[in-house]
Design a protein around this ligand. Structure first.
Ligand SMILES: CC(C)(COP(=O)(O)OP(=O)(O)OC[C@H]1O[C@@H](n2cnc3c(N)ncnc32)[C@H](O)[C@@H]1OP(=O)(O)O)[C@@H](O)C(=O)NCCC(=O)NCCS
Length: 226
């Protein structure tokens, strides 16, 4: 595996970095940010030059924004929007990092939407996000130029799939942009649902989804529940 996963079960300080409750607490707290020295200790202690994926942290937003601007130019989300998305659903916002350097990221939300056709309809993700939603929607993903084709993008999507599986959600859904992207997501098990002409900035998007397989045991349980 190219990217090492940070283990939730590890003892001590790593738990502060990786525990979802802590990240949510950070945002609910007026202070909003974890002190920088804490952040550096945590990153260096646990990464030690290795490339790894982990939940995003508020201090990562500037670096994430830089990657986003390099790709999306004038269509890039601004820093406040990215912060808002992290605050909204930190469990679905991951980065690939090497110590303090951010190499890529993926952001997502939960909802039950199936019938949208343009980005304008959905772009206020914090309004549409529904913690009880059955669909995990991938808002955006990018890997910094110079670090692509190393498996990081695939790894980020696999992390979201794992999250959706753990939570027993129905599917992971996204709109693929033009070019190789439909093929990229097909390789990761996604199927095309339909084309979305003029989805965003004049391009046709492809709505795709990865259905979460429900285990036989879970089906039996729900049968017994009836
Ligand atoms: C899409 C993106 C995140 C992929 O990240 P990545 O880390 O390079 O992806 P991976 O290394 O996991 O690629 C996996 C496979 O996807 C395909 N793929 C990836 N980039 C490709 C490219 N530029 N051209 C053709 N196929 C490509 C290949 O099959 C690749 O496997 P291979 O390298 O063994 O041939 C990255 O290209 C990116 O940041 N693009 C700009 C932003 C963007 O388009 N985001 C998606 C919005 S829907």
């Amino acid at each position: 595996m190219v990217v090492d996963k940070q283990k939730k079960s590890s003892a001590g300080r790593i738990q502060v970095f990786d525990t979802k409750e802590e990240i949510i607490y950070t945002f609910r707290n007026e202070k909003k940010e974890v002190p920088m020295e804490y952040y550096q200790t945590l990153s260096f202690d646990f990464a030690k030059g290795k490339v790894m994926s982990a939940p995003a942290f508020c201090q990562d937003i500037d670096a994430i924004h830089e990657i986003e601007v390099a790709v999306e130019k004038e269509h890039a989300a601004n820093i406040e929007t990215l912060r808002e998305r992290l605050r909204m659903f930190p469990e679905g916002f991951y980065v690939v990092r090497q110590d303090l350097k951010i190499l890529g990221y993926v952001e997502s939300c939960l909802w039950n939407s199936e019938n949208f056709s343009t980005f304008t309809e959905i772009k206020d993700f914090s309004e549409h996000h529904n913690p009880q939603g059955r669909i995990l929607y991938v808002i955006y993903m990018a890997v910094a130029e110079g670090h692509r084709r190393k498996g990081y993008g695939s790894h980020l999507i696999e992390r979201l799939k794992e999250y959706a599986e753990e939570k027993g959600l129905d599917k992971v859904q996204l709109v693929a942009g033009p070019g190789f992207l439909t093929g990229f997501y097909k390789k990761l098990g996604f199927k095309v649902v339909r084309k979305l002409p003029n989805f965003h900035a004049g391009f046709t998007g492809t709505l795709m989804e990865y259905k979460i397989k429900k285990c036989k045991m879970c089906k039996e349980e729900s049968y017994l529940d009836r």
